[in-house]
Design a protein around this ligand. Structure first.
Ligand SMILES: *Cc1c(COP(=O)(O)O)cnc(C)c1O
Length: 368
């Protein structure tokens, strides 16, 4: 039986090998007589799962030793509050607004500090990136927030901004929820990165935070202890019960990522190349057709989330129904944007992208 191709934006498809392994280990993990969900988070079995997950992510993403990797709860939306509670010192923070997610982030942060939108692409309908030279960064800002892949609008920073080159010493905070582990990260430009797992790493319920050590220990007094990065870091993410099963599945995904190869490339580099190829194929098919359109600037089109429209929107329902019959699931666009959206995360094979393109072309020809 072949599974359908699932284009959900999140929670999203997982590598089939990961699901198979989890199924095989569901009742008895490595002869322990327990399933992972049934284990104490302080027992040696789960500690080994946790330590391997942490070490695998560190090596996979080349996270330097002066960064802590935290496995937290609350998702990206909770981080919109947790970041200013920990980093703002109640002072000021600058935000680059490039779509729904960064807009949500700046609105939430206003509860905790003086927020300024330093640049926005709103006038383009969130289809471009504001040139870094135009960002109005404040010297005193305690951090600068960027959402490096806007999951809903399909806008991605293909390179991280270099704040130093822009004359700012503030740490860069990135929300990389929807493209974490799709490509390498230049950690020399980053102070803190956060992302929920449910787009590209595993199930919902675990949030990954990678934070430079010098940023720890400045939380506001009102910061909940379970969300205080220093407390979480000092207790190896075990201050409260961590989302154990979600960490286990993310760990299996990290191992799967490490095994990936494309020619000479391995791990994240292999993934990056595969993701580039997948996205390029899909955007080419859209651009070459008279029937479909993607409105995002070519320089900043997301390799993970591809929003597109049928020029004749009265065909939307028929398009989605036909896709479902073909085993192409969850292609409906986000309600705030409309149209379609194909999320093609790491776990989406090239065959899924080819099947979607074939279907799109057939649907177009049928109506021609
Ligand atoms: C999905 C998403 C979020 C929100 O994640 P939750 O787990 O629902 O809180 C935040 N930022 C980005 C970029 C996302 O894609």
């Amino acid at each position: 039986m072949t599974r359908p191709f699932n284009f959900s934006a999140g929670p999203a498809n997982l590598p089939e090998e990961v699901l198979q392994q989890a199924a095989a280990e569901m009742l008895d993990w490595h002869g322990s007589g327990m399933g992972v969900m049934e284990m104490s988070h302080r027992g040696k079995e789960f500690i080994s799962i946790y330590e391997n997950a942490e070490a695998d992510f560190r090596s996979l993403m080349a996270v330097p030793n002066n960064f802590k990797i935290l496995f937290m709860q609350g998702g990206g939306l909770a981080e919109n509050a947790i970041v200013p509670l920990n980093l703002s010192r109640g002072a000021s923070a600058d935000f680059i607004v490039t779509g729904s997610w960064s807009d949500k982030s700046q609105k939430e942060a206003r509860k905790y500090c003086d927020v300024q939108v330093a640049a926005t692409n709103e006038s383009s309908g969130h289809t471009s990136l504001p040139a870094a030279a135009t960002w109005q960064l404040r010297r005193e800002a305690s951090y600068v927030h960027v959402c490096t892949n806007e999951t809903i609008h399909g806008v991605e920073f293909h390179a991280l901004p270099d704040l130093k080159a822009l004359g700012s010493d503030a740490p860069l905070v990135i929300d990389f929820s929807s493209h974490v582990a799709s490509r390498p990260v230049d950690w020399s430009r980053v102070g803190l990165a956060f992302g929920g797992a449910q787009k590209n790493l595993g199930p919902a319920g675990v949030t990954l935070v990678v934070v430079r050590e010098d940023l720890l220990g400045h939380a506001l007094p009102a910061c909940p202890s379970a969300f205080n990065y220093k407390i979480v870091a000092d207790s190896e993410s075990m201050y409260n019960t961590p989302p154990t099963y979600a960490i286990y599945i993310a760990g299996l995904t990290f191992q799967w990522l490490k095994r990936q190869k494309e020619g000479e490339l391995a791990g994240i580099a292999a993934m990056e190349q595969r993701n580039q190829t997948k996205a390029q194929r899909l955007y080419e098919a859209i651009d070459q057709s008279q029937f479909y359109v993607n409105k995002v600037d070519k320089e900043c089109r997301s390799r993970m989330n591809v929003p597109f429209f049928l020029r004749d929107e009265s065909r939307n329902e028929a398009f989605l129904a036909g896709a479902k019959m073909r085993g192409l699931l969850q292609l409906k666009g986000h309600k705030s944007v409309g149209g379609m959206r194909a999320s093609i995360y790491n776990a989406m094979p090239m065959a899924g992208v080819e099947a979607l393109i074939d279907y799109m072309q057939e649907f177009e020809q049928k109506l021609a």
